[in-house]
Design a protein around this ligand. Structure first.
Ligand SMILES: NC(=O)c1ccc[n+]([C@@H]2O[C@H](COP(=O)([O-])OP(=O)(O)OC[C@H]3O[C@@H](n4cnc5c(N)ncnc54)[C@H](OP(=O)(O)O)[C@@H]3O)[C@@H](O)[C@H]2O)c1
Length: 284
């Protein structure tokens, strides 16, 4: 029996990138709030270790090795979730890579495109198939995507990442419009600078990451970065009924006062706040 006082009691979640970093923190927070979780990532070993660790928390957690850029693999992930738990209520698209680090004219073309395939196509495929299942269920749903550096401004030497993450935000805004009649809410989280494998990759890239970025990263490494639990807390809010009606928004786990949102969702939804828009001069 699930505890109805928990925010996600009995809800079924799929969390891609759930084997480590921010995805693992989200999985832990969701399990704490009573959700059943299917965790997806490519490495079977990392998934198995995480699932073993999280299984002690309570509700059911299952691993499902998946490459989110591969349509058949994503279809199997959704089918497995429906067979195992009978529904899919929440999808968190957390799987992501930095891709090649360096000047866009120098990096490998194949690696550049692979980044778009994982970050953008992966988010699109998982969302598409989860939305189809949610519409068939007729019970609404919640989709949470992860933005990143470059989504809202230029991110030199990380162009594939920046391009794919900006596109994830616009994909979210667009699909939020397409799915609102089905009671599906879809939002994006900017988690802040979290010390994960991505930061280690910047360290390994050295000079290719650029002097300014390297200095910021070294400082972040030293000072500890933003705890992944900040993004996880926001993800719980966006996955819960507390955020019903809030959709198509791009929220910072660190800088935005998202805890005050429940009382002002209609006001926020009637404006362009928390979206990607063109800035025009005051006189126009
Ligand atoms: N860390 C930050 O400061 C930061 C800031 C802004 C946004 N983000 C975003 O937050 C998300 C999580 O990042 P993180 O920092 O936690 O990174 P991380 O520790 O490297 O975790 C990335 C996760 O994604 C999985 N993944 C990568 N490619 C995949 C694929 N093709 N199919 C399925 N799973 C895949 C990884 O597992 P496998 O490699 O085994 O597949 C892993 O579970 C990413 O979308 C990232 O862009 C992070």
């Amino acid at each position: 029996m699930s505890n109805p006082e928990k925010l996600l009691a009995g809800k079924v979640s799929v969390i891609t990138g759930g084997s480590m970093g921010i995805g693992r923190a989200i999985a832990k927070a969701f399990l704490d709030e009573g959700s059943h979780c299917v965790l997806a990532a490519r490495s079977e070993q990392a998934l198995a270790a995480t699932v073993e660790e999280l299984a002690a928390i309570g509700p059911h957690v299952r691993p499902f090795p998946t490459d989110v850029a591969a349509e058949e693999a994503v279809r199997s992930l959704i089918d497995f979730t429906l067979e195992e738990f009978g529904a899919i209520d929440i999808l968190v698209n957390c799987a992501g890579i930095y891709g090649p680090i360096g000047l866009s004219t120098d990096v490998d073309i194949g690696e550049w495109w692979e980044t778009v395939e994982i970050n953008l196509r992966g988010t699109y495929l998982c969302t598409r198939l989860a939305v189809q299942a949610m519409i068939q269920q007729g019970t609404g749903g919640k989709i949470i995507n992860l933005a990143g550096g470059g989504a809202a401004s230029a991110f030199p030497r990380f162009s594939a990442y920046a391009v794919s993450k900006a596109a994830v935000v616009r994909l979210t805004e667009t699909l939020a419009e397409e799915t609102k009649e089905y009671g599906i809410d879809m939002n994006v989280i900017a988690p802040g600078g979290v010390n994960t494998r991505l930061l280690d990759q910047v360290m390994e890239a050295g000079e290719a990451a650029g002097k300014a970025h390297m200095e910021r990263s070294l400082r972040q490494k030293r000072e500890g970065g933003v705890p992944p639990e900040r993004a996880a807390e926001l993800a719980v809010f966006l996955a819960s009924s507390q955020s019903d009606g809030l959709s198509g928004k791009f929220l910072s786990a660190v800088w935005d006062d998202w805890r005050s949102l429940p009382g002002r969702i209609p006001e926020v939804m009637s404006s362009d706040v928390y979206t990607l828009r063109r800035v025009t001069p005051p006189e126009s």
